[in-house]
Each structure stands twice: as C-alpha cells, then as structure tokens.
Design a protein around this ligand. Structure first.
Ligand code: KG4
Ligand code: ZN
Length: 344
C-alpha cells in the first residue's frame, strides 16, 4: 500500500518572525509565509519580548490564512500540525502554540512538537535528505551549537557557547559601529571590504573541548572602539568588521574541524541565521570538504527563522511517532537531547 502523503501545517513564532507554512512530504514547500518584525525592534537595538508577542498575535491569523491560500489546501487536506515549542521567548512561543492547538483540536489533527534547533537543521531537507551519521553547526542569534546526529531523530549537543551566541555577538558589535539590528548582514558586507588589521582574541580555541565563548571577543571589540573614541582617533570600520569576522570564523572552523575528527560523519550541515554569512560559509566549506565530508546547507532564504523548516522537522518526527496533546506548553529553555527519546 502506498503511504499517505504527508501535508503538514507548521507554525514558528519563537522570536521575531511570525511564520506559517504548508509542507508536503517533509521536503516540498507549498507555502512559507514569513512576517518579520525587524522594523519594530530596530529602534530598541534588539528584540523586545513584549513587543514581539503583540506582533505575533496581530499576524498569526493573517499568516495562517495566507499560507493555506498560497498552498491551495484546506484544513481537510492536512495530516498534521507542527509547532515550535522551544527554545525561544515564552510569550512569542505561546502565540504559535495556541494557534497550532486550536487548528489541531478543531480539525482533529495530530499535534507535532518541534524543537526550534531541529527545525534549523532540517531546513537542509529541502536540498537533500540528511545522511547519517551527521554533524551540524547551528549558528543563530540565540544559539551556537555543534550537534551530533547518529541516526534520524537523534540529536546530541557536543559543543556549545558558554556565553553569547555568534549572531548575538554580531548584533552587539554592530550596534557599536552604528548598524541597525540585526547587524550580521552589514558586518559581513563590511568585513569583505576590509582587512584584518586588529588582533582580536580567539577564546577557547586551544582548549580540549568543543565549546565556544564570544563574550571576550565582544568586550575586546567594544573596548577598542571606545578607546579610539576617547583619544579622538577614528578607526576604519571595514577593517574592524574584517578583524572581528576573522576571529569568529577562526573559532567556528577550528572547533568544527575538531568535532569532525572526533565524530565520524557522512555529512556536515551548517544551519541557522548566521549560516548566511559568506565568509563563514566559504571557510567552513573548504575545511569540511578537505576532509572528504560533504558540506550541506539550506538555501539562504531558509537559514533564518521560518515555518518551512519546522514542517520539515515535523514530518520526520511524525514518522517516528512524536505527538503532543493539548497540555503542550512553551518551553523557553528547551534542551535538545529530548528528541533522542523519540521512539523508533
Ligand atoms: O536563525 P535566526 O534568524 O534567528 C534566531 O533563531 O536567532 O538568526 C538571526 C541572527 C541575527 O543575529 C543576525 O544578525 C544573524 O543571524 N545573521 C548574520 C548574517 N545574517 C544574519 N550574521 C552574520 N552574517 C550574516 N550574513
Ligand atoms: Zn532560529
């Protein structure tokens, strides 16, 4: 008997994007509506949780209707509802969870709980299926994690940041350079126009573990700029950006190479918003392929937060029997390892 095609309605509201998607068989996007709130948060220099929740409430029904209309499907066609339930901002997560529960309850559909980080990794499913065992580096505004995936549905954090996430560091140093939130794309552009003339620290690079730390780099950067302001010298912003980016890339590439030496992988996946960084992508691709390991990443527009990636991970989890009931709650600090408990 032919398996019934999977048609998943997915919601993502963990931070500052309201997104709803319809995904067929875990790897085909029928619609992926993303309403970004960036403009509302820019004047504060970062995401304000209360403002984010309010925007999600305003946008969620509009995005839902648009996603169904663009996909040309009705509720009766769906086979499941996937929802990000953590990690993220509690108020933001709750808006998506409430909407997903309402649809699941009203139309008697299974509710599939998805970890946001699994979503980022499974965005690559739109390029090709994941080959196991795999190692992934998830770099975003909230996370910097090296993940070991021995088999489908199993995730183990093997390295993570001890303080700031890589994207958060881009946003914070960008602010000092006068760049609007989120600063990553502009710092990246400037870095390509500049030269590495400042020596910034590469914290933990020589330590015998796979963890990261970016707060020392952030402080060194901010101190350099403030000191120059105080003594009245002007520093070349492109060179500052290039020197900062070189330090970030150096650490991420070194730790990833070490992870691949310790964990045998059929594939390496780069995921998360910072994966859009041109310098990081080319340096990692070079280092990974030099070891004979295929380098995979999602199309650029699926690197940032979106519901399509949640639908891709949701389809995989549903195949493994993951299911939540109406008591599902937001888990702002959700750990990653839990999905290893998904039954096979
Ligand atoms: O994954 P994402 O959309 O949201 C989170 O889950 O955090 O990632 C957003 C982060 C922001 O910090 C943004 O500055 C960063 O990704 N980012 C970049 C680039 N594009 C986005 N960082 C460095 N270089 C880029 N080109
Ligand atoms: Zn994200």
């Amino acid at each position: 008997m032919k398996a019934q095609p999977s048609l998943i309605l997915a919601f993502e509201t963990s931070c500052d994007e309201t997104s709803v998607a319809v995904i067929k068989d875990g790897n085909e996007i029928l619609s992926n509506v993303v309403a970004t709130q960036i403009k509302s948060h820019q004047r504060f220099g970062g995401v304000v949780p209360e403002v984010a929740s309010r925007h999600h409430i305003e946008q969620i029904t509009i995005c839902l209707q648009q996603a169904l209309a663009e996909a040309h499907v009705t509720y009766a066609d769906l086979t499941g509802v996937a929802i990000t339930y953590g990690p993220g901002l509690v108020g933001s997560l709750l808006v998506g969870i409430t909407a997903a529960k309402a649809v699941a309850w009203a139309h008697q559909l299974p509710l599939i709980p998805v970890n946001h980080l699994a979503g980022h990794i499974y965005a690559t499913n739109f390029v090709q299926p994941v080959h196991f065992p795999a190692v992934a580096l998830v770099v975003s505004g909230g996370h910097t994690e090296l993940v070991w995936m021995p088999a489908e549905g199993e995730f183990k954090i093997i390295g993570e940041t001890r303080d700031d996430a890589a994207g958060e560091t881009y946003d914070k140093i960008g602010r000092v350079l006068g760049i609007n939130y989120p600063a990553g794309p502009t710092v990246d552009q400037w870095a390509h126009a500049g030269h590495e003339t400042f020596q910034f620290p590469r914290a933990m690079i020589k330590e015998d573990n796979l963890d990261f730390s970016f707060s020392g780099l952030k402080s060194a950067f901010i101190n350099t700029v403030h000191h120059a302001d105080q003594v009245g010298t002007s520093l070349n912003k492109q060179d500052l950006a290039a020197s900062f980016q070189a330090a970030v890339i150096d650490v991420l590439v070194t730790k990833t190479t070490e992870a691949l030496a310790q964990y045998p992988a059929q594939e390496f996946i780069l995921a998360g918003g910072v994966a859009a960084n041109q310098g990081l992508r080319s340096a990692l691709q070079k280092a990974v392929t030099a070891k004979g390991i295929p380098f995979v990443m999602a199309p650029r527009k699926l690197c940032g937060d979106n519901a399509a990636m949640i639908g891709a991970a949701g389809a995989m989890l549903q195949r493994h029997g993951a299911h939540a009931d109406m008591s599902l709650n937001a888990e702002p600090g959700l750990e990653f390892e839990w999905q290893a408990a998904v039954p096979h």
